[in-house]
Design a protein around this ligand. Structure first.
Ligand code: DGY
Length: 322
């Protein structure tokens, strides 16, 4: 009888699939409305054949070694796998699966929404209105920056970056720059996008939108020097992973008006914010909502369930990253 630990409550769609394909499985779901600690996961998953985890769980070398050799599969409720010790999983023969594609549209929507919200001061405007400080239309009141036709720089040319580029190109006629290791002919032919070095992209973009995975190479990719290269009228958008940005350097740049603003969905020490960030007016802060639609989260759950079912029934899972 296989044992499955799910580290956070998930939509019924995932549980229904697991129960119908593995009727004898013992499925334990974290009953708390909080993440489990490392020690709690080790204790709760000891003897488990499968772990369905989230991007907030530290599935590190110690955890995988503690659960091996019983553990056969880790299915993460995310596309990003920076919290999982992939090399150790490979060494121990534990399959690691993620949930690409199904959250592309949802995450791109949040990136585009943050661009609009920052440039057009939508969150600030909502606050002003609720506070009764809207005393009537006036030519000088709350002017922001237009979005139409502005240059958008995309860092990381994966699925989400491409969807953001398409939306901005087709919806807002924005020239697109992209930063990626290799040239992307589809971007260039479909979107007339131009590949650019990071420094060039930072210097020319009105919106810099981050869509790269978090790796040792991309940690603090956007540091004080990178922020200094951006235009003073430009906005930084991060829906990727918090540590790609040096958040203290960002607070300093925003406070000094070295860039116009930022829209953040992810944080360096998530869920904590860098000191001073929440006090700034030129930043829009979201609580990691990228994939948070009913559609995406249901499908992510189904993908995790399918990955577990595949491995536990001796088949190759569809989206295996280790
Ligand atoms: C992911 O899947 O990596 C996203 O950040 C989840 O919202």
């Amino acid at each position: 009888m296989p044992d499955i630990l799910i580290t956070r409550a998930v939509p019924d769609a995932a549980l229904a699939l697991l129960r119908s394909a593995l009727p004898d499985a013992k499925i334990a779901v974290n009953p708390h409305d909080r993440n489990l600690s490392h020690a709690e996961i080790v204790a709760a998953a000891s003897g488990a054949d499968a772990l369905i985890c989230t991007l907030a769980d530290p599935v590190d070398e110690n955890l995988l070694r503690a659960l091996s050799p019983k553990l056969r599969v880790v299915a993460t409720y995310a596309v990003g796998v920076n919290n999982i010790a992939l090399a150790t999983a490979r060494e121990l023969g534990i399959a690691v699966c993620n949930t690409p594609d199904v959250l592309t549209d949802a995450t791109a929507e949040v990136a585009v929404g943050l661009m609009l919200a920052c440039a057009r001061r939508m969150v600030e405007g909502d606050t002003v209105t609720r506070q009764g400080k809207f005393s009537g239309w006036a030519p000088m009141f709350m002017r922001g920056h237009g979005v139409y036709g502005k240059t958008v720089g995309i860092v990381g040319a994966g699925r989400i970056g491409k969807r953001v580029a398409e939306t901005m190109r087709l919806g807002f006629s924005c020239p697109i720059l992209y930063h990626a290791r290799t040239a992307r002919s589809d971007w260039e032919s479909e979107l007339q996008a131009e590949q650019a070095g990071l420094d060039d992209l930072l210097a020319r973009s009105d919106f810099v939108s981050l869509h790269c995975p978090l790796t040792p190479q991309t940690k603090h990719l956007i540091d004080a020097a990178a922020l200094a290269r951006m235009k003073p009228t430009a906005f930084l958008i991060n829906t990727a992973r918090g540590p790609v940005v040096d958040e203290s350097a960002l607070v300093a740049a925003l406070r000094d008006g070295r860039i116009a603003g930022a829209g953040l969905d992810v944080y360096e020490q998530e869920p904590a914010l860098a000191p001073g960030l929440a006090a700034l007016e030129n930043v829009v802060l979201l609580p990691h909502l990228g994939s948070a639609t009913h559609e995406a989260r249901d499908e992510m759950g189904r993908m995790c369930a399918r990955a577990v079912i595949a491995v536990l029934t001796g088949q190759e899972p569809a989206h295996r990253v280790a």
